[in-house]
Design a protein around this ligand. Structure first.
Ligand code: HEC
Length: 140
Protein backbone atom coordinates (compact mmCIF):
# COMPACT_ATOMS: atom_id res chain seq x y z
CA UNK A 1 0.00 0.00 0.00
CA UNK A 2 2.72 2.38 1.04
CA UNK A 3 4.81 1.32 -1.95
CA UNK A 4 1.91 1.97 -4.33
CA UNK A 5 1.42 5.45 -2.97
CA UNK A 6 5.05 6.49 -3.57
CA UNK A 7 4.81 4.86 -6.96
CA UNK A 8 1.81 6.93 -8.04
CA UNK A 9 3.34 10.06 -6.53
CA UNK A 10 6.43 9.36 -8.58
CA UNK A 11 4.20 8.83 -11.62
CA UNK A 12 2.54 12.20 -11.07
CA UNK A 13 5.91 13.85 -10.69
CA UNK A 14 7.15 12.30 -13.94
CA UNK A 15 3.97 13.39 -15.72
CA UNK A 16 4.38 16.94 -14.41
CA UNK A 17 8.03 17.00 -15.48
CA UNK A 18 7.08 15.79 -18.97
CA UNK A 19 4.32 18.40 -19.20
CA UNK A 20 6.73 21.11 -18.08
CA UNK A 21 9.39 20.18 -20.62
CA UNK A 22 6.83 19.89 -23.42
CA UNK A 23 5.72 23.42 -22.59
CA UNK A 24 9.34 24.65 -22.59
CA UNK A 25 9.95 22.91 -25.91
CA UNK A 26 6.77 24.36 -27.39
CA UNK A 27 7.68 27.89 -26.32
CA UNK A 28 11.25 27.44 -27.58
CA UNK A 29 10.04 26.25 -30.97
CA UNK A 30 7.37 28.93 -31.37
CA UNK A 31 9.68 31.44 -33.14
CA UNK A 32 10.78 28.70 -35.54
CA UNK A 33 7.17 28.14 -36.55
CA UNK A 34 6.50 31.82 -37.04
CA UNK A 35 9.66 32.39 -39.16
CA UNK A 36 8.72 29.38 -41.30
CA UNK A 37 5.34 31.04 -41.83
CA UNK A 38 6.96 34.38 -42.67
CA UNK A 39 9.16 32.71 -45.28
CA UNK A 40 6.14 31.12 -46.91
CA UNK A 41 4.46 34.53 -47.09
CA UNK A 42 7.61 36.11 -48.56
CA UNK A 43 7.91 33.64 -51.43
CA UNK A 44 4.60 34.95 -52.78
CA UNK A 45 6.25 38.19 -53.88
CA UNK A 46 9.80 37.06 -54.57
CA UNK A 47 11.03 34.63 -57.16
CA UNK A 48 14.02 32.32 -57.12
CA UNK A 49 16.36 33.33 -59.90
CA UNK A 50 20.03 32.92 -60.67
CA UNK A 51 21.66 36.36 -60.46
CA UNK A 52 24.86 35.30 -62.25
CA UNK A 53 22.96 33.95 -65.22
CA UNK A 54 20.69 36.99 -65.06
CA UNK A 55 23.69 39.27 -65.50
CA UNK A 56 24.53 37.52 -68.79
CA UNK A 57 20.90 37.60 -69.94
CA UNK A 58 20.60 41.28 -69.08
CA UNK A 59 23.39 41.92 -71.59
CA UNK A 60 22.38 39.27 -74.15
CA UNK A 61 18.78 40.53 -74.33
CA UNK A 62 19.85 44.13 -74.79
CA UNK A 63 18.34 45.52 -71.57
CA UNK A 64 21.70 47.16 -70.94
CA UNK A 65 21.46 49.21 -74.13
CA UNK A 66 18.84 51.48 -72.60
CA UNK A 67 19.16 50.78 -68.86
CA UNK A 68 22.98 50.54 -68.58
CA UNK A 69 24.95 47.45 -67.50
CA UNK A 70 24.07 47.92 -63.83
CA UNK A 71 20.47 48.82 -64.60
CA UNK A 72 21.37 52.32 -63.46
CA UNK A 73 19.19 53.93 -66.11
CA UNK A 74 20.20 56.57 -68.64
CA UNK A 75 19.00 60.10 -69.23
CA UNK A 76 19.72 59.75 -72.98
CA UNK A 77 17.34 56.83 -73.46
CA UNK A 78 14.81 57.87 -70.82
CA UNK A 79 15.12 54.39 -69.34
CA UNK A 80 14.45 54.24 -65.62
CA UNK A 81 16.87 53.00 -63.00
CA UNK A 82 15.94 49.34 -62.49
CA UNK A 83 18.95 48.12 -60.48
CA UNK A 84 17.72 47.39 -57.87
CA UNK A 85 14.14 47.16 -59.16
CA UNK A 86 11.49 49.04 -57.21
CA UNK A 87 8.76 46.86 -58.66
CA UNK A 88 7.64 43.53 -57.17
CA UNK A 89 8.36 40.45 -59.28
CA UNK A 90 4.78 40.47 -60.61
CA UNK A 91 4.96 44.18 -61.44
CA UNK A 92 8.36 43.77 -63.12
CA UNK A 93 7.19 40.81 -65.16
CA UNK A 94 4.03 42.50 -66.39
CA UNK A 95 5.91 45.73 -67.18
CA UNK A 96 8.45 43.95 -69.39
CA UNK A 97 5.61 42.13 -71.21
CA UNK A 98 3.53 45.29 -71.66
CA UNK A 99 5.59 48.46 -71.14
CA UNK A 100 3.74 51.72 -70.73
CA UNK A 101 5.57 54.28 -72.87
CA UNK A 102 8.75 53.97 -74.94
CA UNK A 103 10.17 50.63 -73.91
CA UNK A 104 9.71 47.89 -76.52
CA UNK A 105 7.69 44.89 -75.24
CA UNK A 106 9.47 41.57 -74.64
CA UNK A 107 7.15 38.59 -75.14
CA UNK A 108 7.61 35.32 -73.24
CA UNK A 109 8.86 33.84 -76.53
CA UNK A 110 11.67 36.40 -76.67
CA UNK A 111 12.53 36.21 -72.95
CA UNK A 112 10.92 33.24 -71.11
CA UNK A 113 9.72 33.77 -67.50
CA UNK A 114 12.62 31.68 -66.21
CA UNK A 115 15.16 33.98 -67.89
CA UNK A 116 13.27 37.05 -66.71
CA UNK A 117 13.38 35.70 -63.14
CA UNK A 118 17.18 35.42 -63.47
CA UNK A 119 17.35 39.00 -64.76
CA UNK A 120 15.20 40.10 -61.80
CA UNK A 121 17.55 38.30 -59.39
CA UNK A 122 20.54 40.03 -60.97
CA UNK A 123 18.93 43.46 -60.65
CA UNK A 124 17.93 42.69 -57.05
CA UNK A 125 21.59 41.97 -56.26
CA UNK A 126 22.63 45.50 -57.24
CA UNK A 127 22.86 47.88 -54.25
CA UNK A 128 21.36 51.34 -54.23
CA UNK A 129 24.04 54.03 -54.66
CA UNK A 130 25.63 55.17 -51.40
CA UNK A 131 24.66 58.56 -50.00
CA UNK A 132 27.36 61.25 -50.07
CA UNK A 133 27.87 61.05 -46.29
CA UNK A 134 28.51 57.29 -46.60
CA UNK A 135 31.32 57.68 -49.17
CA UNK A 136 34.66 57.90 -47.22
CA UNK A 137 36.40 59.89 -50.00
CA UNK A 138 33.85 62.69 -49.67
CA UNK A 139 34.31 62.92 -45.91
CA UNK A 140 38.02 63.81 -45.93
C1 HEC B 1 14.97 50.43 -76.31
C2 HEC B 1 15.26 50.79 -74.92
C3 HEC B 1 14.91 49.76 -73.83
C4 HEC B 1 15.26 48.45 -73.75
C5 HEC B 1 16.07 47.62 -74.75
C6 HEC B 1 14.74 47.96 -72.49
N1 HEC B 1 14.08 48.97 -71.84
FE1 HEC B 1 13.16 48.83 -70.02
N2 HEC B 1 12.57 50.79 -70.17
C7 HEC B 1 12.92 51.64 -71.21
C8 HEC B 1 12.31 52.94 -70.96
C9 HEC B 1 12.47 54.17 -71.87
C10 HEC B 1 11.61 52.86 -69.74
C11 HEC B 1 10.80 53.99 -69.04
C12 HEC B 1 9.33 53.79 -69.21
C13 HEC B 1 8.91 53.61 -70.65
O1 HEC B 1 9.18 54.48 -71.47
O2 HEC B 1 8.31 52.55 -70.94
C14 HEC B 1 11.80 51.47 -69.27
C15 HEC B 1 11.25 50.96 -68.10
C16 HEC B 1 11.47 49.68 -67.61
C17 HEC B 1 10.91 49.17 -66.41
C18 HEC B 1 9.97 49.91 -65.45
C19 HEC B 1 10.80 50.62 -64.42
C20 HEC B 1 9.98 51.21 -63.30
O3 HEC B 1 10.45 51.11 -62.16
O4 HEC B 1 8.90 51.76 -63.57
C21 HEC B 1 11.38 47.91 -66.27
C22 HEC B 1 11.07 46.94 -65.13
C23 HEC B 1 12.22 47.61 -67.41
N3 HEC B 1 12.25 48.73 -68.20
C24 HEC B 1 12.90 46.42 -67.60
C25 HEC B 1 13.59 46.10 -68.77
C26 HEC B 1 14.21 44.82 -69.00
C27 HEC B 1 14.26 43.67 -68.02
C28 HEC B 1 14.74 44.87 -70.26
C29 HEC B 1 15.41 43.75 -71.02
C30 HEC B 1 14.68 42.48 -71.09
C31 HEC B 1 14.49 46.20 -70.78
N4 HEC B 1 13.79 46.92 -69.85
C32 HEC B 1 14.89 46.66 -72.03
C33 HEC B 1 13.67 51.34 -72.30
C34 HEC B 1 14.18 50.08 -72.62
Amino acid sequence: MHRNLTCSRLGARVARTIAFFSLVLFVALLPAFSTARAQVINTDTTVAGNAQNGKKLFAANGCYECHGYQGQGAAQTGAARIGPPQLSWEGFQSYVRKPAVQMPPYTSKAVPDKDLADIYAYLKSIPMPAKGKDIPLLNK
